[in-house]
Unconditional design. Structure first.
Lengths: 315, 315
């Protein structure tokens, strides 16, 4: 094995992962699985990178909404442009609190604002905007650019699986093209292997007659969350994964889908129980945590299983 | 280069392909393109395998429709079950003739019959049915199982591109999961790299509580044809191809999308001009053939550019 999960403490969790990889890659072993079927799917927000106090993509959306509200006064009398322009923290705080309680209506208002801001944009322009944000905007608590707020033990796990013949996919409930802007750089995952939610696209030709695909304002259904995850996985991969990792109720169907593979499987549920180095919260993960022991999913404790969380700052 | 297009005659077409591959893979050359951007997209019906007298997938659908009509008498009073059960060649011939003239309504009636036959089926059951058909049912003229009716010079081109660092995708206007049943065996393309049209899927759990994704009767929009092809390509790959190959008007937008890449690109249009070894027809390709010289697409002549068409029969 190229890497021995050096960023993981020597706990039963680490041992279970190493045992699983050894079992399915041992030629002639009773649990051997051929490389073509070694598919792993990883959720992104809260599983591979920070999702608090707000999804990173929503932070990007708020920046873009603020920019547009500054440019176009006529937008400022409706949400989310009004609250963002007026820096109405009460409104924004309520959105976050409602979401944590299971009411996503405020988040949908923000999402509809950001799809409006980016509608009609070319792929290249959208990607440049995302990259600029992820490289430069900083998280308020950790004082680092967002692209440096990835969980290093999980990144190491991805590379360990890749080194053992796995095809590792990201399957994000958030925006696919947002993650594609950086997935090769920060996760070593090609953008064709990043699946996720998206607006729909349409074909067009620009003023020079060059063919383009352009963002619309309409969300593609289903979104890549909950029961939509196995549907997206089938569409993009065409095989059932044997490894899946998530951190919330939105990952339950994916974890069950992987566990439904005949033969040995590995389902991981990352638990945010580390208030010192990251956050401690079970909001939005209650049902998944309750199912884990019954379904045979391994709960990964940030606090106990990981030696480190985020990358060291670049020199 | 691992293979020198040995199944191609030494024509300007073959030379243009070899020159292109040499140019974009020569390190330090002005046209060099790094491996991550070496994306190729190939249409399937009529570009990689036979599409006459009827799409192979429709032949499969007719078999399945006939089977269901034999089992369920109550279906026999409506199309397409009626015509298939009664072997009404006049109705079926009209469907084919209408389609060739640009009226797909009869084909849609057949497609709606086959989505009905397969609705609710698990992935495994659908794939087993397709495999049985492709391995055993024979084309009436060539007296071979359908899976042996692939164009060998194109299969060789795929391998040549793969040997030069390309990621080669199939992007079929027909059914994605139909092609996925055999793409690894007949094209050496992983099923995750087969994009295409599809019904939508939904999550479900079977009687044993195992998570499944199940076929519905509804077609996913857009279908992977015409302006839908670049949209599907973006969703699945996230990069603009630099090589594209097609054979009909439904490939025009894909060929333009590839040609819109900055730098050297290769767009191929396969022309069916070989009545002896395959068929001679321009129906459904008139506009593409007209655009080719203006757009710089290379027209591949089956008759002149290919030494052989189909694989030799297995010993």
């Amino acid at each position: 094995m190229p890497e021995r999960l050096s960023l993981w403490n020597d706990t039963p969790t680490r041992q279970a992962i190493l045992n699983f990889v050894a079992a399915i890659t041992t030629p002639g072993g009773s649990d051997f699985i051929p490389p073509a079927e070694r598919i792993a799917t990883f959720d992104n927000d809260g599983t591979l990178w920070l999702e608090k106090p707000l999804y990173i993509q929503l932070q990007h959306g708020l920046h873009a909404i603020a920019r547009m509200a500054a440019e176009k006064p006529e937008l400022r009398d409706r949400q989310p442009f009004k609250a963002v322009y007026e820096k109405d923290m009460a409104w924004l705080g309520k959105v976050a609190a409602d979401f944590a309680r299971g009411d996503p209506s405020g988040v949908f208002t923000i999402v509809s604002g950001l799809t409006e801001v980016f509608a009609g944009m070319t792929l290249e322009a959208f990607e440049a905007d995302v990259l600029d944000f992820l490289n430069n905007a900083q998280d308020a608590r950790f004082k680092k650019p967002y692209k440096l707020l990835t969980y290093q033990p999980m990144v190491e796990l991805i590379r360990t699986l890749q080194g053992n013949g796995f095809q590792v996919y990201i399957t994000t409930g958030g925006g696919r093209d947002f993650v594609r802007a950086v997935c090769e750089e920060i996760y070593n995952i090609p953008r064709s292997m990043t699946i996720g939610s998206s607006v729909t696209f349409q074909y067009g030709e620009d003023a020079q007659g060059v063919a383009q695909v352009l963002r619309t304002q309409e969300l593609e259904q289903p979104i890549d969350d909950g029961p939509g995850k196995p549907v997206h996985i089938h569409r993009a991969i065409g095989r059932r994964p044997i490894v899946a990792a998530g951190n919330s109720n939105g990952d339950i169907h994916m974890l069950k889908y992987a566990a439904g593979h005949t033969g040995l499987t590995l389902s991981l549920l990352v638990r945010h129980d580390d208030p010192e180095r990251e956050y401690a919260y079970d909001d939005g993960a209650e049902k998944a945590l309750q199912l884990a022991p019954k379904e045979g999913w391994i709960v990964v404790s940030m606090k106990n299983d990981w030696k480190t969380v985020f990358p060291s700052s670049p020199a």
